[in-house]
Design a protein around this ligand. Structure first.
Ligand SMILES: NC(=O)c1ccc[n+]([C@@H]2O[C@H](COP(=O)([O-])OP(=O)(O)OC[C@H]3O[C@@H](n4cnc5c(N)ncnc54)[C@H](O)[C@@H]3O)[C@@H](O)[C@H]2O)c1
Length: 277
């Protein structure tokens, strides 16, 4: 079966694996026969996530890792290759949300978002890609977002970093093909994870579910992602509502932007009227 041969006894590193999409990806990889190095900055979280999805600990190892630390990422990826003799997949998935009206954002917010959401992926690529080129095989899977494909007002630093992840992924994909290495970017709409409820000046859950409907379950996304990886898709966009929004923007960017602008102006006017009483 194709599912089995793609992932069976393959070695995968997953960052941000303590929670949400990363944990669901690790669980789905195990289900399909892979051995998974689960890495996360949250030491207690990564141990408990591994215990949840691999009770006897035979299919996973855990690592405490901050993806903003390039040397630490390199060490983990190289030691995985050294110990297992190969590196089949890296899922550069760790990420944080960020948002708010741009006029209120501190530069520190921009920097932190770029540091985790873009440079965290760059560090994974810089560590894994030379190994995969030398092997002549491997698949890099970068978690971007639908916010990496379409305008995402009030999530502007996040959208900027995620667009960069998409640009990195599709550009590297073309270079990598000559080396037998594959690269994909994952672009989900809202997914039911703690990220939607991260504290901040913007309520990501309300913002995203108003625009795109109910959040998608993380385990269903993980199935879609691994199916997309098997099919070697460049961009894995899910669920259907996300593909719809992406399609609309590609087909009619001016029309979509004009409609979003009209909504933003109307809600600003509503808020101003409420404030006046
Ligand atoms: N949930 C959504 O709606 C949604 C939609 C599109 C894209 N995404 C992306 O999916 C990825 C996973 O997010 P999630 O929704 O599962 O969120 P989550 O908060 O449930 O999980 C993110 C994980 O990343 C870890 N992490 C954060 N900073 C880290 C760092 N510096 N080093 C290592 N680990 C770190 C966290 O500890 C956490 O375990 C992110 O890249 C996110 O931007 C999420």
């Amino acid at each position: 079966m194709a599912t089995t041969s793609t992932f069976h006894q393959k070695i995968a590193v997953v960052t941000g694996a303590a929670s949400g999409i990363g944990k669901a990806l690790a669980a789905e990889l195990i289900d399909r026969g892979a051995e998974v190095v689960m890495a996360d900055i949250d030491a207690a979280g990564i141990r408990s996530a591994a215990a949840d999805i691999d009770a006897d600990g035979t299919h996973t190892v855990t690592a405490v890792l901050d993806v903003t630390e390039a040397e630490d990422v390199r060490r983990l990826v190289e030691s995985t290759r050294d110990e297992r003799g190969r590196l089949d997949f890296i899922f550069n998935n760790a990420g944080i949300g960020s948002g708010g009206p741009v006029e209120h954002l501190e530069l520190a917010t921009w920097r932190r978002t770029v540091e985790v959401d873009l440079m965290g992926v760059v560090h994974g690529v810089a560590a894994a890609y030379p190994i995969m080129v030398a092997q002549g095989f491997g698949h890099i899977v970068n978690t971007a977002s639908l916010a990496g494909l379409v305008p995402s007002p009030l999530l502007t630093p996040y959208a900027a970093a995620k667009h960069a992840v998409v640009g990195l992924s599709v550009s590297l994909r073309v270079e990598a093909a000559a080396h037998g290495v594959r690269v994909s970017a994952v672009c989900p709409g809202p997914v039911e994870t703690p990220l939607l409820d991260q504290p901040g000046s913007v309520n990501a859950r309300t913002l995203l579910t108003n625009a795109l409907g109910e959040a998608y379950p993380a385990d269903r996304l993980a199935t879609d992602v691994l199916d997309g990886v098997m099919a070697n898709r460049a961009l894995i966009v899910a669920p259907e509502t996300a593909r719809g929004a992406w399609g609309y923007f590609r087909q009619s960017p001016d029309e979509m932007l004009a409609s979003m602008e009209a909504q933003a102006v109307a809600s600003a006017e509503r808020r101003a009227a409420e404030a006046r009483g």
